[in-house]
Design a binder for this molecule. Structure first.
Ligand code: HEM
Length: 585
């Protein structure tokens, strides 16, 4: 009897003990999962008291904004500091945000042993193509893979010989298709505005496709559109000349459609708190896995075509007709050196070619969309650019033809260079380069623990907003050795203005205005060894597209309802509206 009493008597005590232990464990787990701020770096105090850190604030921002780079930058403004920390991932480590051009440049260019990939780009592309070199840290595997595309020789996909001799004619042909399409739209719209967002997106994909795979026999969306619209005498028009005209659209060939749709998934990935996980999960969504399969099949078919070409040309460098030929030739050379059979249909080669398509398509399309808005919004600059082009390409002007690919690629025009650089600066196409600390490292006097993600805001101090005052003693040794870098500064008064002249300086030898790429900062292609691989191709594409458009059309201002400067961010920072009202130039 006694023993039974004892058992009953001890029951509540056991329950209390177990409850107490569980509560303590839950409390300790909760404490352990809470964001762990880095000592001394400003952060939102409320975020450090929530398991979800800054996620609610970010989601709240996304309810009313289509962009997130401004949300990141707002923390530097709020804390009045060039360095802040944010908690954008659940239970995650802090992300350090730098808003200072000189510090960003130092980290990206000179402190590459302390800061490397993974970065935001690796996270974004991981789900779509984990074999692509942009996902890898700067190790031997990365270097070997990069050699498929580029090395110190004269024959690689970003060398002047390839860009001017092979890529430029392909790009020129693609953008001339766009000009033909807009001529048809201009004719049918009778002075009304129309959206060119989709046209630019299609043409940019076709242009990069042309330089990677060649495009002669492919039925492109733009050509299909030209055929469709040129068959129409007229279309139904809205009553007012200030109302937009919509056009029927030809359907996209499946291979282009697959790339466009896969690019669209990036927006879901980038805006999620766990991009790698979401990217990986998306692969299992039936619709997306079907697109991925189609992508692999169509790239594989392009490789087979290139193999056949190579069998004819025996891999000679001067018979290269596009980037895939180059890549196969490089694989052949590597195989010969390593005494093995070439593996042309490897996952890595497919991934590299796909990576170039996506990285080179959305970015250029976005920059071009901003270019049209900026030039339509600044009629004086547009007129001056057109007049500079007419005198630079005098032969084309007098022969009443458009300048050809070679002329555009190789003729120097300082005002055109200044416009291109200023368009890229103002477009803010890619706003946040990032890196991860590979070791405990010091930034502006703060110890950043190994494994911390560091993001550098392309809209930040010295770039689009006046720089914070920073004591030079807080900067790194490499910064001082480099004398702070050789790039000039923008005056605080007009940083956000579209002003190509800021890139021109007086050359006393010729008493003329010449383009100076170091006149002031922008971070549009990142910096250092992991900066944009396709930068030279991007300049070439934009150069060709802008010359051909400004040569052919006057971009008239569009009615206010179609002229919003609002942006939307996915892989890039793109305009929500892209309208033109065209007149023959
Ligand atoms: C206006 C056009 C473009 C812009 C604004 C742009 C911008 C960028 C930026 C900001 C980065 C990250 C750099 C860093 O973290 O330091 C990047 C990386 C990259 N870009 Fe571009 N890009 C453009 C066009 C292109 C084109 C045309 C290609 C190729 C066809 C390309 C291929 C790449 C690749 C492969 C990387 C990854 C490099 C690496 O991981 O080492 N980009 N780009």
């Amino acid at each position: 009897m006694d023993s039974i009493d004892l058992t009953y008597a001890s029951l509540p005590l056991t329950v209390i003990t177990i409850t107490g232990v569980l509560s303590l464990a839950a409390f300790l787990l909760y404490k352990w999962l809470l964001p762990k701020p880095i000592h001394g770096i400003p952060c939102n105090k409320e975020a450090t008291r929530s398991l979800f850190g800054d996620i609610p604030s970010m989601l709240n921002h996304l309810k009313t904004h289509k962009t997130f780079s401004d949300w990141f930058l707002s923390h530097n403004t709020r804390h009045k500091s060039p360095i802040v920390q944010i908690f954008p991932n659940p239970f995650g480590k802090p992300v350090v945000m730098i808003s200072d051009y000189r510090e960003s440049q130092d980290i990206l260019m000179r402190r590459t042993k302390e800061f490397d990939k993974p970065d935001l780009i690796s996270d974004i592309f991981f789900g779509l193509s984990s074999e692509q070199h942009m996902v890898l840290p700067t190790n031997d595997a990365f270097r070997a893979q990069r050699k498929l595309l580029q090395d110190r020789s004269e024959a690689h996909v970003m060398a002047p010989g390839f860009l001017n001799g092979v890529a430029a004619p392909q790009l020129h042909a693609s953008f001339m298709d766009l000009i033909s399409l807009w001529r048809e739209k201009m004719r049918l719209s009778e002075g009304r505005p129309f959206s060119v967002k989709v046209d630019i997106n299609d043409a940019a994909l076709e242009a990069i496709w042309a330089s990677i795979f060649g495009i002669e026999e492919t039925a492109t969306i733009t050509r299909e559109q030209v055929t469709l619209l040129s068959s129409k005498k007229n279309i139904e028009l809205p009553p007012s000349v200030d109302l937009e005209v919509g056009f029927p659209r030809a359907s996209a060939p499946p291979e282009f459609d697959a790339i466009l749709r896969l690019t669209d998934t990036i927006e879901i990935v980038i805006k999620s708190p766990a991009p790698r996980l979401v990217g990986r999960l998306l692969r299992w969504v039936p619709r997306i896995s079907k697109l991925l399969k189609l992508r692999d099949e169509m790239i594989s078919a392009q490789i087979s075509k290139a193999e056949k070409r190579m069998a004819h040309t025996k891999g000679t460098a001067d018979k290269i007709s596009n980037a895939v030929d180059h890549v196969l030739r490089r694989e052949l050379m590597a195989a010969e050196r390593q005494n093995r059979a070439p593996h042309y249909q490897s996952k890595v080669i497919i991934a590299e070619l796909f990576g170039l398509l996506v990285a080179g398509h959305d970015t250029t399309s976005t920059a071009l969309s901003w270019a049209l808005k900026l030039l339509a919004g600044s009629q004086d600059i547009q007129r001056k650019l057109r007049s500079e082009l007419r005198s630079s390409f005098a032969a084309a002007h007098s022969q009443n033809r458009v300048p050809d690919a070679h002329e555009i690629a190789t003729t120097q025009n300082h005002y055109l260079d200044a416009c291109l650089e200023e368009i890229l600066r103002c477009a803010q196409t890619a706003t946040i380069p990032s890196r991860t600390a590979t070791t405990d490292a010091v930034i502006l006097g703060h110890v950043i623990p190994k494994g911390t993600r560091v993001m550098m805001c392309g809209l930040g101090g010295g770039l689009m907003v006046p720089p914070f005052e920073i004591d030079d003693a807080l900067r790194s040794k490499s910064y001082h050795v480099a004398g702070g870098g050789k790039v000039g500064e923008w005056g605080s008064g007009d940083m956000t203005e579209f002003k190509p002249d800021r890139w021109l300086v007086k050359d006393s030898a010729t008493d003329s205005q010449v383009f100076d790429a170091m006149a002031g900062p922008h971070l549009q292609f990142g910096a250092g060894p992991r900066s944009c691989f396709g930068r030279k191709l991007a300049y070439l594409e934009l150069r060709l597209a802008i010359v051909l458009v400004i040569w052919s059309f006057e971009l008239k201002p569009v009615p206010e309802r179609y002229a919003s400067w609002e942006a939307v961010e996915g892989l890039t920072h793109a305009p929500v509206q892209s309208y033109v009202r065209l007149v023959e130039a």
